[in-house]
Design a protein around this ligand. Sequence first.
Ligand SMILES: [Zn+2]
Length: 232
Amino acid sequence: MNIYTDKRLLRAGLIGGTLSRHSGNMRELTNQAAVLRELNIDPARLLHFHQVHSDTIISIGSTQEAHAHTTRSTLDADGWVFSPFPTGWGAAIVTADCVPLFVWDDTGTYATLAHCGWRGVVKGLARKTVQTLLAHNSKMHLNAWLGPHIQACCFEVQEDVATQFASDCIVHKNGKIFVDLNVEIKRQLTQAGVYEKDIQTPYYCTCGDKENFFSWRRDHEKNLLLSFMYKP
Ligand SMILES: [Zn+2]
């Protein structure tokens, strides 16, 4: 099993990250269950929602709320907020080019996990998840990590998409237009209150690295990568 993660997450007492394609297609819940058991995580304790490229957030603040959500995995949403994070629970998202965004405080008491496709980014999902988190406790120190996603090297768009982004997100190359989602997400996170030095954007490109990642843009197949966050 190969997990892309950030050691600050572990330091905060949380387990999480993005699994490489070697763990299989995570559209299949049986594949998710297999890797989670290897990590000693009960698959029933990882919450799901139905991802729709929105800016809708689901907040969970207790074991009771987490339990209640287990019967509502078909709710439309794209961001999780745990405030406070109930022990023995977590959340999952699936991606194939979209950005898995992880934000957490130093103590692992507050955290968010969001599915940021370009539409969600344009809707301000990254900013909104952090604002929702900080509404519960404005004093915390936050860390952010952007998991593997399609990077500016491969995210070619047409004019209609490009015009929805600020000019500093746009890269022109060989007469083509590319979008750098990192730039816009970083802006939203810092606007919401995360220090720039605490945002890590490692350059893992799902589209460019076929050996390790699934990519909708590259393959047009319905294979998905799993990102998750769990408080043991
Ligand atoms: Zn690339």
